[in-house]
Write a protein that binds this ligand. Structure first.
Ligand code: PLP
Length: 392
């Protein structure tokens, strides 16, 4: 090695760490992305261009399905799935309350009723042991959410769904590439819903979503509903919506997809290192994420539990110390103002409510360095000590 190469200045020690730095992921791909965008600009095919079809093909492979249908967002994917399954007035759909709003708002907007089921506190995912009690003659579907990148217990959910003839719509917005007993997220239930929101493991430069399924007639229905229910042109079979993925967005995603496997491995390495560092430093003082042995976790979030009512104080201390963290999600859906009429009182979903009070997600983005991770752990230690002193 030349002297010049070995004497390159060491990168300065970090003094702050963001929760996520999308620019670090995008910067090395800038030229490829700009070239892909230029190609679309020159083609003039801003909708239904070849990049959209290419992405659909790739997403079908990533989810192990025969079909994939692009749409405008993960939220639209959920709505379209429900529409294509004819879910509406008088129907009930079971989902977790500990999830992003879109999981349940899609149900409500179709005049169906979301029925919230508590989570397994180990995984933060819907607890299959509590599902059957929530099933009524009006139940039509279950939406398991693979929260933070770890699959829900799809074997148990699939068994129950089959016994009660229910549809299973996977909300795999946070879990592209995750697996449950070797089966890929998005390809286990009847329909899978993906999101390309910029913070997702495959994040676009704007909104985007994808539906995946092995059922050819269902794929056609999803496509129909995403295109005003129109077939052929200006003849409307059903009342659909306009939900398309722009070719420009698909072009960006096709470039970024070439790095997704590597990014996922980096996330997994960071999570394993956090497990080691945090367990040796904090022991049982902190609740570390628990990975189900049957899951291939893709770590969209690395989420710890801070108990004893100190979570918000720890988060504030971290922010002051330049460390990004976030609470996904502070108010469970059954306690949201807009769902008050559903009548869920406090304490009805105890594990969900406890998780909402304790969870804290730490930076786990692929490009994070070991020095940054050490800083997060160090500052977390200071925040824990400071909040303990205040509480004492
Ligand atoms: C679990 C979950 N479901 C649905 C969505 C909705 O996806 P989008 O933001 O693409 O509409 C998101 C992401 O925001 C999500 O995290």
């Amino acid at each position: 090695m030349s002297l010049a190469a070995s004497s390159a200045p060491p990168s300065p020690a970090p003094t702050s760490v963001p929760l996520l730095d999308v620019n670090r992921g995008n910067a090395p791909l800038r030229d490829e992305i700009v070239a892909a965008l230029a190609k679309v600009v020159d083609s003039g095919k801003f909708l239904f261009g070849p990049d959209v079809q290419q992405l659909e093909k790739s997403m079908a492979e990533w989810c192990g399905t025969q079909h994939a249908v692009a749409c405008a967002s993960g939220s639209d994917a959920l709505s379209l799935a429900l529409m294509a399954l004819d879910i509406g007035e008088g129907d009930e759909v079971i989902c977790p309350s500990f999830t992003f709003f879109a999981t349940a708002s899609a149900v409500w907007r179709l005049n169906a009723k979301p029925v919230f089921v508590d989570i397994d506190p180990r995984t933060f995912n819907i607890d299959p042991a509590k599902l059957e009690d929530a099933i009524t003659p009006a139940t039509k579907a279950i939406i398991p959410v693979h929260l933070f990148g770890q699959c829900a217990d799809m074997d148990a959910i699939g068994d129950i769904a089959q016994r009660h003839s229910l549809w299973v719509i996977e909300d795999a917005a946070q879990a592209i590439g995750a697996k449950h007993r070797g089966r890929l997220a998005g390809g286990i239930g009847h329909i899978g819903c993906l999101s390309f929101y910029p913070t997702k493991n495959l994040g676009g430069m704007g909104d985007g979503g994808m539906l995946t399924t092995n059922d050819a007639p269902l794929a056609e229905r999803l496509r129909l509903f995403a295109a005003h229910g129109m077939s052929p042109r200006y003849y409307h079979k059903v009342i659909g919506i306009n939900s398309r993925l722009d070719t420009l967005q698909a072009a960006v995603l096709n470039v970024k997809l070439t790095r997704l496997a590597q990014w996922t491995e980096q996330r997994q390495a960071h999570a394993a290192r956090y497990d080691e560092l945090l367990s040796s430093r904090f022991g049982s003082q902190l609740g570390l994420p628990q990975t189900d042995a049957s899951c291939h976790h893709v770590w969209n979030q690395y989420t710890i539990r801070v108990t004893s009512g100190r979570r918000d104080a720890v988060k504030a201390q971290l922010a002051q110390a330049g460390i990004g963290s976030e609470v996904y999600y502070p108010v469970p859906l059954h306690q949201q103002e807009c769902f008050r009429s559903l009548g869920y009182g406090p304490g009805t979903l105890p594990h969900t409510e406890r998780a909402a009070a304790e969870v804290l997600s730490l930076p786990v983005f692929p490009e994070m360095t070991s020095a940054e991770q050490d800083l997060v752990v160090g500052r977390l230690g200071e925040a824990m000590a400071a909040t303990q002193r205040k509480a004492a």
